[in-house]
Design a binder for this molecule. Structure first.
Ligand SMILES: [Zn+2]
Length: 83
């Protein structure tokens, strides 16, 4: 079953799930999801291969670099920002 990524059309109005984007496994025969199953706000399908920021499954730094992200390590008042 293919996995599709969706994100709220208006992230500022979405629930915590669709605001950041979520993945959904769905049979190809089913029509594309148009509304978030949790908050019923309009969602749009993300292009395949789009990497959504996941709160449940954080990217490792290696994965993030491989995906083209620039990893910055900042130091503010002696505190390290989480990478
Ligand atoms: Zn939602």
């Amino acid at each position: 079953m293919p996995t599709y990524s969706y994100i709220a059309e208006k992230p500022e109005e979405g629930c915590p799930s669709c605001r950041k984007g979520f993945d959904l496994r769905r049979p190809m025969t089913r029509p594309a999801l148009t509304h978030c199953p949790l908050c019923r706000r309009p969602v749009k399908k993300l292009p395949a291969g789009f990497n959504t920021p996941k709160v449940t499954k954080p990217l490792s730094i290696t994965d993030a670099k491989a995906a083209g992200f620039t990893i910055l390590e900042k130091r503010v008042d002696g505190n390290y920002e989480r990478l």
